[in-house]
Design a protein around this ligand. Structure first.
Ligand code: PLP
Length: 364
């Protein structure tokens, strides 16, 4: 099976670089936060163009920290897209606030501006936007609706993606990234980060990640253990050095698959024209999705359904679904299909995925 992600191959390709970083940390005796983390944070800020980058324990925890730093808690509501990964509504619940689901627009799967307007209420304190599949959601039409409300960008699937030349996660008030091993920039375990241009917010997140402590044994506000390990930071920093070439290869593979899909009339989730997409992973819409999925898997391609149901349709979040319909999100859950698209694919594997896609879509 041609795999969805290949962290072991990535390690093999940069073995010396990565093993040197790991040994350096092991021998240093400093394993949590510290100089390795500060170096990585400063390089990540440079790469994304954010004024501040804060290393955290995971992409999910980064969302929690962002909400805590925005002062969100009991009695508040946060608007969350009805389609996407579960971490966003989970993070809202962990702060004690309530997720309110908003239907998405079909092109980028970002919140639909009219739906957003209809969902705003007196308790709304923030809006979460997810940049899915390495694409970018345009915040401009949303900002005309949200005005002063902060927009939190969940950019866990979109490191390297730019819109009008700006890195996603730096377009709103605050952005979050995930370095889960299968992500475009993956750690050897769990890790995440938060991006912001707001110095005070960055400072609050730095406190939140160490139990709300400005210094040892002073607990000024509720926080938690949301720290990133020095080992993960050192590995990520080493990988960040070779990341631009890897993300470009991923992008070229994605563009090639997009051309193949378009030649069969399939609708690729290819965002908006100003988006420099990174296809993490490559996603398309197909009416006969389950037939095409079976064909791809039979041809040895690890194709997947992301996601088979909307967030309000999941059992965990059904109590927050309300009576509002989510027709565009529902359709996405019936039609979307994801294919392997990463820098570790060999040329032969890319050829095989393209062939399988063309065959799979032949009359699908
Ligand atoms: C859109 C999105 N948000 C958040 C996360 C959570 O990241 P993590 O697994 O690092 O907690 C993921 C991970 O898959 C994701 O895809």
């Amino acid at each position: 099976m041609i795999s969805f992600a290949s962290p072991a191959r990535e390690h093999e390709a940069s073995r010396e670089l990565l093993e040197t970083a790991v040994l350096r940390v092991l021998r240093s005796g400093g394993y949590v936060l510290g100089a390795e983390v500060e170096t990585f944070e400063s390089h990540l800020a440079q790469f994304t163009g954010a004024a501040f980058a804060v290393g955290l324990s995971s992409g999910t925890d980064a969302l929690v920290c962002a909400l805590l730093a925005l002062g969100i808690g009991h009695g508040d509501e946060v608007l969350v897209p009805a389609f996407g990964f579960v971490a966003a509504p989970e993070a809202v619940l962990r702060t004690g606030a309530r997720p309110v689901f908003v239907d998405v627009e079909p092109r980028t799967l970002g919140p639909d501006p009219d739906e957003l307007r209809a969902c705003l209420g007196p308790r709304t304190r923030a809006v979460i936007v997810m940049h899915l599949f390495g694409q970018a959601v345009d915040l401009a039409p949303l900002q005309t609706v949200t005005r002063a409300l902060p927009i939190l960008e969940d950019a866990a699937q979109a490191i390297g993606t730019r819109l009008h030349g700006r890195h996603v996660g730096t377009l709103g008030k605050v952005g979050t990234l995930s370095f889960f091993p299968a992500k475009a920039l993956g750690a050897a375990g769990d890790a995440g980060a938060l991006l912001t241009d707001d110095a005070e917010l960055a400072q609050r997140v730095r406190r939140a990640r160490v139990h709300g402590s400005p210094r040892a044994y002073v607990w000024d506000e509720p926080g938690g253990n949301y720290r990133i390990d020095a080992l993960q930071a050192a590995l990520l920093d080493a990988k960040l050095g070779v990341f631009p070439a890897r993300i470009e290869r991923r992008r070229q593979i994605g563009l090639r698959l997009a051309r193949a899909a378009a030649s069969r009339g399939a609708c690729v989730i290819d965002g908006i024209p100003a988006c420099h997409a990174t296809f993490a992973p490559f996603a398309l819409r197909v009416k006969e999705r389950d037939t095409v999925l079976q064909r791809l898997r039979a041809a040895g391609v690890d194709a997947r359904v992301q996601y088979p149901w909307t967030l309000p349709a999941s059992r965990a979040f059904a109590p927050f679904a309300g009576s509002h319909p989510f027709p565009v999100a529902d359709r996405a859950s019936r039609e979307l299909l994801s294919l392997p698209c990463h820098a570790e694919l060999t040329d032969d594997e890319v050829d095989a995925i393209e062939r399988a896609l063309l065959d799979g879509l032949a009359d699908g």
